[in-house]
Design a protein. Structure first.
Length: 496
């Protein structure tokens, strides 16, 4: 009886997973203003609105429309999520019935990174009654606004009651096919929410019946036991959140957390054997043949500077000269007149190894010459102040409290930190799209390492599957990174 019911519930869970977890990419739009600009009441303050012009010609029955485009789904949207081909730059098409588009301008962005989609040759395309917008990457909750000036296209033969704009866009992996949806203020509970609640209630009732029949309340693919999670401090926030989520789902499992760096984690795993899972920013060093890798995520890193440095963008050449000690003051690269202080991770850190490999072209960082990160220690040669810290968290705290300091960190941990500025490299921000297309260099594959091949029913194997295929993948995305399978080029994640 329990098996028969399970055959009904499992497809239901799969459908729920597709609807709620995988299908959560969604764009929304709102028409916040659509009004005529003609027949303006004459006052002392009507200004240009009484005589809207294009060139030397007065607009025919002009109207003004303000549109808000927003990511109102639960996951981030990248350029590759728009359904049009890579050769087509258009992401969203807006059609104005009986009205020609005269001009458009972006009036508001929730994040400065959105502005880059409308620069360097990108932006609007106007075709009579149609306005085309580019493929704009947006994190969840972000938005931008477009103000459009239009004029009558029917030669004055129609009515002045124009139909509302028609907005079209398809996002891969979205709810209801991923099509852009108009968002409006509503009262009461939406029908879709009621349907989903009803579906969830049915699932819970079915599960209770299974548990009562079988006497076993353990969900599918749960494993019991104890597992030590060690290694990369950059990956620690993801691992802790995923471990707690797995433990809530599978009460028979427990985890211990010992994150002291990728290098130390791999060495510990090699000595400890099974029942340990080590995470590393990048591949293991040579001499550890018993450790087997599994790609977990495409991890983004960023350079961060103290806010008083006065810089937001550095070229690769400038960064390398700074770490070589040839540039010692931010004023030399257009910033403030403040001495440069470099806050690094200790040797053995996977983040440090990724920085040396991806940004410094394989050149090793010079050793520390300071304990307090502010002055060169007595007996050390004069030059740029250099110090090292054990964890990502201590690097970020030190950079934020040290004038002129610069360091590096996993992107998600650094985002939104007070007193810190993330630095673009060669004009490109730390985004999955830029890294995936080779224009942003500071990234690395996060690997999960096991001591040999774990048994299929072991906690280590089950937790790795959870990270890459289930809720763990959502947790990875929530920290600003991506599961390897979601990249446009998944082979970037593979061991070389």
């Amino acid at each position: 009886m329990a098996l028969a019911t399970l055959g009904v519930v499992v497809p239901g869970i799969a459908a729920l997973y597709e609807f709620v977890v995988k299908g959560r990419k969604r764009l929304g739009y709102r028409v916040q203003m659509d009004t005529t600009a003609s027949n303006v009441v004459k006052t002392d303050h009507d200004g240009p609105f009484a005589q809207l012009m294009v060139g030397n010609r007065k607009l025919e029955d002009p109207t003004i429309v303000l549109l808000r485009i927003e990511n109102n789904g639960a996951t981030n949207i990248d350029e590759s999520d728009y359904s049009r081909s890579h050769a087509d730059d258009t992401g969203i098409t807006i059609t104005f019935t009986d009205r020609n588009v005269v001009g458009a301008v972006i009036t508001e962005v929730s994040d400065n990174n959105i502005s880059s989609s409308f620069q360097n040759g990108g932006g609007f395309t106007v075709k009579d009654t149609v306005l085309e917008l580019p493929k704009v990457p947006m994190n969840r909750g972000e938005h931008y606004k477009v103000l459009c000036a239009l004029e009558r296209a029917d030669g004055g033969k129609g009515t002045r009651q124009y139909p509302p704009p028609h907005v079209e866009c398809t996002i891969k992996g979205g709810v209801s096919g991923g099509r852009i949806q108009e968002t409006k203020s509503r009262t009461g509970t939406p029908k879709r929410v009621m349907a989903l609640v009803g579906f969830l209630v049915a699932i819970v009732v079915a599960q209770l019946f299974i548990f009562a029949s079988s006497g076993d309340g353990v969900p599918l693919d749960c494993a019991s036991g104890h597992l030590r999670l060690i290694g990369s401090t950059a990956f620690e926030p993801v691992a802790r959140e995923a471990g707690k989520s797995y433990q809530d789902l599978c009460p028979g499992a427990s985890f211990a957390y010992e994150f002291r760096g990728s290098g130390e984690g791999l060495q510990t795993l090699d000595q400890a054997g099974p029942d340990v899972l080590a995470f590393s920013d990048g591949e293991k060093p040579t001499g550890l043949p018993r450790l087997l890798p599994r790609p977990i995520a495409f991890f983004l890193f960023t350079l961060v500077v103290n806010g008083d440095a006065g810089v937001q963008d550095l070229s690769l050449d400038q960064i390398r000269q700074i770490y070589q000690g040839r540039i010692t003051n931010w004023q030399e690269v257009g910033g403030s007149d403040v001495p440069i202080r470099l806050i690094s991770r200790n040797p053995g850190s996977g983040t440090r190894a990724a920085f040396q490999r991806r940004v410094l072209a394989g050149e090793r960082e010079p050793g520390s010459n300071s304990d307090d990160c502010r002055t060169v220690d007595p007996g050390s040669p004069a030059g740029v102040v250099r110090c090292a810290r054990d964890t990502t968290e201590t690097v970020l705290r030190t950079v934020a409290t040290t004038p002129g300091a610069m360091g590096y960190s996993e992107l998600g941990v650094a985002a939104g930190r007070k007193g810190l500025v993330s630095v673009r490299i060669n004009g490109h921000p730390a985004t999955v799209a830029d890294a995936d297309h080779g224009t942003y260099p500071f990234w690395e594959t996060e690997f999960g390492y096991t001591y040999g091949e774990p048994a299929a029913n072991s906690l280590a194997a089950s937790f790795l599957r959870y990270l890459t295929n289930q809720t763990g993948a959502d947790i990875i995305r929530s920290h600003g990174d991506r599961p390897c399978a979601e990249l446009a080029n998944p082979q970037l994640c593979r061991p070389t």
